[in-house]
Design a protein around this ligand. Structure first.
Ligand code: ATP
Ligand code: MG
Length: 457
């Protein structure tokens, strides 16, 4: 069926109306037919009675003189043909058409109505019996009168047609009113459409709901909520670009100064070498930042339905990351341990999951004081695969925990970093429809526990 609301609503209106018209139309027709039949049968019986009243004995014989009035009762502009037959039960015909299809149930004298066929004409007929007594003899005279149906059909039409016409007019009126009403009532919806179409891409004010129908309000309110979320998103993106630019500006400015310094000390070794080394550090930090920005963009764009095609083993990924970071842990004098199940298969992107484990484990190694312990564990049960990275470092104060997932947020300024590691981790977890939570250890009550859960395969 078409998708037009107008057409669909019209169908909802038209179908019950059509059923209604059909049912009442049928009832009206039955009524009209019943009335027309009754009238016709009454006339037939009156005529038959009149004829029967004229049957009399004359010299021991039955005679009838059919009165003109008995046939005049049928006078109508429709030219119906009238036939009659008066016969005695001994088979003698007193008057009328000899081959009239008489019908009378023996021993049953009540008027009997029936349909029959005479000379190719369909007729409605009545059989009426009059008993004649004479000198102890009883004779039964059967008077049958029949007529064609034209006037009866005309009467049926006259009773029924106007009702049908009235009903059809009502339906047409209802459809017309519904069409006008719908056009009128759909206007606010079209207004909303125009308002949305005419907007600038960055116009993020809510749509007006005051003059809308109650039924439309929730839709527009939902659109408004969507606009509000979009607004927040746009603001966050703008902030992100500003922050990223700011972050890049620092090493760039530094690089500029270092370049100037190097130019001034062009011929002075070892100052030149030191300046070049510093420039390389600045450059590395910019490359690192750019790589993280790219990774964040990649994580944000990752789509679960695409990831769903790949199965990966989180335990194997964790093992590789631990091997990668072993040197770094050793340099910082951190005891890096692993508690990994044999295999922990989940749906996901190997590169992104590797970055996730890397960022969390690297944080634990970097922020834990030398001599500390970091444990990377991957466990699984029937439903979930869980990665936990536990350290016994300073931990993150409760009030900062929700903020560390924001891009560029750093809880302490005395170490180096971009503040993007956990933001990337969060995006990767979301892209994999998992969840990430920060907690503290109970024994000893220091350090940080980062727990990430995914659906197990
Ligand atoms: N294991 C941890 N122990 C204590 N503090 C942590 C730990 N992990 C993260 N943090 C705090 O959370 C902040 C945000 O971490 P995040 O990984 O997002 O950024 P970063 O480590 O500063 O920079 P990046 O990882 O991009 O180099 C860190 O600056 C740090 O203060
Ligand atoms: Mg980090």
């Amino acid at each position: 069926m078409t998708n037009s609301l107008r057409v669909r609503l019209l169908w909802w209106l038209l179908v019950p109306l059509a059923i209604y018209v059909f049912v009442t139309g049928k009832a009206a027709y039955d009524n009209a037919r019943h009335t027309a039949d009754l009238v016709q049968e009454n006339i037939l019986l009156a005529s038959a009675r009149m004829i029967a009243g004229e049957v009399e004995w004359s010299d021991g014989r039955l005679l009838v003189d059919v009165p003109p009035a008995a046939l005049e009762v049928f006078a109508s502009p429709y030219g119906d043909q009238v036939f009659y037959n008066v016969s005695v039960d001994d088979g003698r015909l007193l008057a009328g058409v000899p081959d009239f299809p008489t019908r009378q149930t023996p021993g049953h004298d009540a008027p009997n109505y029936y349909d029959a066929d005479l000379h190719g004409n369909a007729i409605r007929a009545v059989g009426f019996v009059r008993q004649m007594y004479d000198n102890g003899a009883i004779r039964r005279v059967l008077v049958s009168v029949g007529k064609t149906q034209a006037s009866r059909d005309a009467m049926l039409r006259e009773i029924w047609r106007p009702q049908l016409v009235r009903m059809i007019e009502m339906v047409l009126l209802a459809v017309a009113l519904a069409c006008i009403g719908l056009t009128f009532e759909l206007r606010p919806l079209l207004k909303v459409k125009e308002e949305v179409m005419d907007r600038d891409p960055m116009q993020l004010e809510p749509l007006r709901v005051e003059r809308l129908h109650t039924e439309l309000r929730p839709i527009v309110e939902a659109i408004n909520q969507c606009i509000a979320r979009l607004g927040l998103q746009v603001a966050a993106q703008r902030r992100f670009i500003a922050d990223a630019a700011h972050q890049l500006r620092t090493p760039l400015t530094l690089l500029e100064t270092q370049l100037q310094f190097a130019r001034q000390h062009r011929d002075m070794e070892p100052t030149l070498s030191e300046a070049l080394a510093a420039m390389q550090r600045s450059n590395r930090s910019m490359v690192g930042l750019t790589n993280k920005l790219l990774l964040l963009a990649q994580a944000e764009a990752a789509d679960y339905t695409q990831l769903a095609k790949q199965k990966v083993d989180l335990a194997a990924i964790a093992q590789d990351v631990i091997e990668d970071l072993a040197m770094f842990a050793q340099k910082r004098d951190i005891d890096l341990g692993a508690e990994l199940v044999e295999s922990a298969t989940i749906i996901g992107h190997e590169g992104l999951l590797s970055a996730l484990v890397h960022n969390i484990t690297e944080n634990a190694i970097r922020y834990t004081q030398p001599g500390g312990h970091v444990t990377v564990a991957v466990t699984r049960d029937a439903q979930r695969v869980t990665l936990t990275v536990t350290d016994d470092g300073p931990g993150i104060p409760a009030e900062a925990r929700s903020r560390v997932f924001e891009p560029f947020y750093r809880a302490s300024a005395d170490t180096e970093g971009t503040g993007l590691g956990l933001a990337i981790a969060k995006e990767i977890v979301h892209a994999h429809r998992g969840e990430i939570a920060l907690g503290t250890r109970e024994q000893p009550a220091r350090g940080l526990v980062v727990a990430v859960g995914f659906a197990a395969l």
